[in-house]
Design a binder for this molecule. Sequence first.
Ligand code: OGA
Ligand code: MN
Length: 298
Amino acid sequence: MITVQPITSGFAAEVGDVDLGKPLSVENLAEIRSAFTRYAVLVFPDQTFDDESQLAFARNFGPLETTVFKQRKDHKLRLHENLADVGNLDADDRILTSSDRQRLYNLGNRLWHTDSSFKRVPAYCSMLHARSIPPIGGQTEFADLRAAYDALPEPTKRRITGRIAEHSIMTSRAKLGFADFDEDERRAFAPVPQVLARRLPDSGRMSLYLASHAGTIRGMPQAEAEALLKELIEHATQRQFVYSHRWRVSDLVIWDDRCTMHRGMEFDDQRYKRDMRRATVSDVAPTCEQMGLAVAAE
Ligand code: OGA
Ligand code: MN
């Protein structure tokens, strides 16, 4: 039996007595999946992975995504193409210089977001492993979008039900003044429709579905859409909905991208190495399809 120790009452828990670097028993996997239905963030301390064993564990949860950096012809990948490189190192393990494109792109992780909501079929969950961490700073914060949904006033719930937002990675990057996308990327990153509120099939709970990637809401004037998105993100990231994770080397943290947002916190990235590798599992279908909403072509 694994142990599941709540960190917060219904959002984050720590899981012990399991070695994820080895093939998992059917029972242990079922226990983890059941804990992951209740808690949207699970912390597994002391996990030793290489890239292959991290990927093998992640594949238990579904098909894996390919890193967005693969789109870019001039980018040399440091890691396996199924791992997102969210640290501050280049292909030779040196600290990225302050003007490096990969660093500037990854600064978008400092904005509240959920992974891959800019893909038609977005992420189900993300699995981030800490290989090396700075001595101070660099926490990751997580917001519970199920609890945030539950706490919304009824008129707001009604206002967002059935609404569709458009998400693009270029929207979140533009918020930091980053616009260095080539033609292939612009095509690949065209906005995609996502519901604003969704029901999770496993727990049956409702959740907001938000990210800094969201820029417009279909059928709503732009100013009103931006105001609403901003208000919803502010609502959902109040302290009572947030768990802040202070990393230890060899932590694996997995989160449910369907019902959380997260952001990376600042650290001295010109001084300390932070090597963090993320495997990401795709969801089963577009969110509009899951919610039974017909999407007109734009
Ligand atoms: C991610 C991410 C933030 C961080 O891995 O998807 O946004 O703290 N990470 O590294
Ligand atoms: Mn992320």
